[in-house]
Design a binder for this molecule. Structure first.
Ligand SMILES: NC(=O)NCCC[C@H](N)C(=O)O
Length: 410
């Protein structure tokens, strides 16, 4: 079987990447549900799609294959109705439906659609008025569920393909996500990884059947041996340690070091990649707000210890830790918004730190963060600017919107 995934850095030339084009799910965000759906505003879908197409075209123009997760899911379910049936049963069960009237009607409704339409519906959500059940299900009429106009909630964060899974070496983690709003997304990944011929034989370092949480925005591949993982609002220290153990012991893994970086636990900095990205062999973007007054941060170097256990070394200087684990003599940490107390948090909020490297020293980033962009250019970085008026309202940038599947070695 041909290897499907090869990601041994954040910066190797990008050859293949997984995307999701925002769809009807974005138009199912309402002012009441915005917060629980992890949005700060309601994007204008038509423009968001144009911006996303521009992003995808930028990647293709620079030599990357763009694969859409919704197309891969459609391939899987169109090919095998038993797999589609099993997926729907599990999807509805995880959404809280047991066999019975609502479960059966939802399943029948989704099965009755063309497969691509069904996949789009899984993302968009199913409104109650799409099924004719209103007078026979008490929970539709009374109690807290009655207020929700959806039987299946929309998945508007799906265009942030970075998070439900993470390519790592030749394998992948399929993630148990933190919030209910995003948990269903990684089930779609699970079915693609298990059943799409392109991914047959791909090692899964960690699956989603866990109670401890991890999200791809926290998983950064620094080299063939080193991953950095954020201890964040979305990723717990327990899951990092468990993943480290797996990476250190699995013969298919080349990783021997995990750098756990503890960042503030809040919505603006929900993942490590919202405050820190690798853009060249020795250059990184960093948001200064993650450091204490004296410039420190909790960084933990995890290595293989005795008897299959993990050995942990605590540090407080991010630059020193990076130099140590990557064997670098020099390091260029480029501050978002040039470290200005007004510009830095403004540009970080709109994902100025969330750059996607498409080759060493060459990145894609939102056009709106012009102070950071100018600074990056001064540091010798080649910048491809993408449109950001609507996409940014979901609080994620170019790295968040992409899941590399193949990068050339550096
Ligand atoms: N890697 C990332 O930072 N992804 C951005 C995710 C934004 C999305 N609204 C979320 O809160 O999960």
């Amino acid at each position: 079987m041909a290897q499907a995934i090869n990601v041994n850095s954040e910066i190797g030339k990008l050859k293949s990447v997984l995307l999701h084009r925002p769809g009807a799910e974005v138009e199912n965000i309402t002012p009441d549900t915005m917060e629980s759906l992890l949005f700060d505003d309601i994007p204008f879908l038509k423009i968001a799609q144009k911006e996303h197409d521009f992003f995808a075209q930028t990647l293709r123009d620079n030599g990357a294959e763009t694969l859409y997760i919704e197309d891969l899911a459609t391939d899987v379910f169109a090919k095998d109705t038993a797999v589609k049936d099993e997926f729907l049963t599990r999807f509805l069960t995880e959404a809280g439906y047991k066999h019975g009237r609502t479960f059966d009607s939802l399943k029948e409704y989704l099965e009755g659609l063309e497969t691509k339409e069904m996949v789009d519906k899984i993302y968009a959500g199913v409104r109650k008025n799409e099924l004719d059940l209103q007078r026979s299900v008490l929970s539709d009429l009374a109690g807290s569920d009655a207020a929700n106009p959806f039987y299946l909630n929309p998945l508007p964060n799906a265009y942030f393909t970075r998070d439900p899974q993470a390519s790592m070496g030749a394998g992948m983690t399929i993630n148990r996500m933190t919030f209910a709003a995003r948990q269903p997304e990684s089930m779609i990944t699970e079915y693609i990884m298990k059943h799409h011929e392109r991914f047959a034989g791909t090692p899964i370092w960690r699956d989603r059947n866990h109670t401890t949480r991890i999200e791809g925005g926290d998983e950064l591949i620094l080299s063939k041996n080193v991953v950095a993982i954020g201890v964040s609002q979305r990723t717990s220290s327990k899951s990092i340690q468990a993943l480290a153990k797996e990476l250190f012991s699995n013969p298919l893994s080349t990783f021997d070091t995990v750098l756990a970086v503890e960042i503030p636990h809040n919505h603006a900095m929900m993942h490590l990649d919202t405050v820190f990205t690798m853009i060249n062999y020795d250059q990184f973007t960093v948001f200064p707000g993650i450091f204490s007054q004296d410039g420190n941060i909790n960084v933990f170097v995890l290595k293989q210890g005795k008897d299959g256990e993990v050995e942990i070394n605590r540090m407080s200087d991010l630059g020193k830790a990076l130099k140590q684990v990557l064997n670098l003599s020099e390091l260029d940490l480029i501050e978002t918004g040039d470290g200005d107390p007004i510009v830095a948090p403004r540009e970080q909020w709109n994902d100025g730190s969330n750059t996607l490297a498409i080759a060493p020293g060459e990145i894609v980033t939102y056009d709106r963060n012009y102070v950071s962009i100018e600074l990056l250019k001064q540091h010798g970085i080649k910048v491809h600017e993408i449109l950001s008026s609507e996409l940014a309202r979901g609080r994620g940038g170019a790295r968040c919107m992409s899941q590399p599947l193949w990068r050339d070695e550096i």
